[in-house]
Design a protein around this ligand. Structure first.
Ligand code: ADP
Ligand code: MG
Length: 147
């Protein structure tokens, strides 16, 4: 078990795969941050907590996968925060704790199937994060400001 796993880094432009158009924007970490994650951390969808700059600690779902752009030699970490942000936060510092594993990555036959899977991930995250052990991570010192 690699969990909980703590990550911190700036939010960079992703590959414009249209996540935002689907209503599911994903904040991307730069390559050097992703390279540091252990080999043993399985690809798939995780849930946990996220914080942008010195903002509130919010629920998130994250996909860890391979980037087709680099012929699947480079991993990607894409965080969808369960919060309605009024504007983009490229360049901000994103802190994330991955606490639980939801499912492996899958190839979906349609966009609808993908969106349905993500909505199910979000429902799982919301439910799981309510337990006392999970809530404890929300106030973890990791999130306390160094800003
Ligand atoms: P990109 O390909 O650049 O990652 P996306 O369509 O995935 O583009 O949008 C991601 C960006 O949207 C983030 O970098 C962030 O600035 C912004 N954003 C706004 N709301 C959210 C949210 N709830 N979760 C994650 N990112 C968000
Ligand atoms: Mg993205």
């Amino acid at each position: 078990e690699n969990l909980p796993y703590f990550v911190e880094g700036p939010v960079v432009k992703g590959f414009g795969r249209g996540s935002k158009e689907l209503g599911i924007p994903t904040a991307n970490f730069p390559e050097d941050v992703v390279r540091k994650i252990p080999e043993s951390l399985p690809c798939g969808v995780y849930y946990g907590w996220a914080c942008v700059d010195s903002g509130p600690v919010l629920p998130m779902v994250m996909s860890v996968g391979w980037n087709p752009y680099y012929h699947n030699t480079v991993k990607t970490m894409e965080t969808h925060i369960l919060h309605d942000f009024k504007q983009d936060f490229y360049g901000s510092i994103l802190k994330v704790i991955l606490i639980g594993y939801i499912r492996p990555m899958e190839d979906y036959s349609s966009l609808d199937a993908l969106i349905e899977a993500i909505n199910s991930d979000i429902a799982i995250a919301k439910k799981e994060l309510q337990s006392p052990e999970m809530l404890a991570f929300q106030s973890n010192n990791f999130f306390l400001g160094d800003l």
